[in-house]
Design a protein around this ligand. Structure first.
Ligand SMILES: CC(C)(COP(=O)(O)OP(=O)(O)OC[C@H]1O[C@@H](n2cnc3c(N)ncnc32)[C@H](O)[C@@H]1OP(=O)(O)O)[C@@H](O)C(=O)NCCC(=O)NCCS
Length: 155
């Protein structure tokens, strides 16, 4: 009998060859706030950073998601998480986050923090579904006038 469950994403640490693709996703997902290719490349060598990519399991040459984590002491900051719009709601961001939660705990972090615009309802719903709670709100923080929500997950 065949298994009806589709294969999950294949996760691995980002490497130099992924920089251009991640920068392209950045531009598509974050527009004027996107990291440039140089900034993405620099992230690969910052101490305390982890950059993870998700490959499409049916086409391992295609990077369909990525996430960047910074761990300092007992705090982990989720700096970025993004998924190709054609691949959303298939569990890719959840898989990236689950892996980074484990990495953060392993590095000694006790909580994970992030900032998200209150206008980004999709991401806010994702974080709520994954157990993040709002601990602070910064009004008119982003250039579109939206507030920044500071969310926390206890690890
Ligand atoms: C937020 C984002 C990373 C989620 O990625 P994803 O791979 O689609 O997320 P998952 O498939 O793992 O979603 C898991 C759960 O989160 C919630 N969720 C995710 N996206 C959602 C949306 N747009 N609306 C409502 N709930 C959502 C759901 O509960 C979902 O489970 P379900 O599909 O069974 O209902 C993705 O939408 C994205 O890349 N957005 C643009 C970049 C961005 O805003 N990043 C965050 C910046 S702080």
């Amino acid at each position: 009998m065949s298994d009806p469950t589709p294969p999950g994403p294949v996760l691995r640490p980002a490497r130099t060859a992924d920089v251009a693709r991640v920068a392209l996703l950045e531009r598509d997902l974050f527009g004027p706030d996107a990291w440039s290719e140089e900034q993405v490349g620099a992230e690969l060598s910052v101490p305390g950073r982890a950059m993870l990519v998700a490959e499409d399991p049916t086409d391992r040459s295609a990077v369909v998601g990525y996430a960047v984590l910074s761990v300092q002491g007992d705090v982990a900051d989720l700096l970025r998480i993004g998924v190709d719009p054609t691949q959303r709601r298939t569990g890719i961001a959840s898989a990236l986050l689950a892996h980074l939660r484990g990495a953060a705990r392993g590095a000694g972090a006790e909580r994970m923090l992030l900032e998200v615009s209150d206008a980004n309802t999709g991401a806010a719903a994702f974080y709520a579904a994954r157990g993040f709670a709002e601990i602070h709100r910064r009004p008119r923080y982003y250039r579109d006038g939206s507030a920044a929500l500071v969310l926390q997950l206890t690890l």
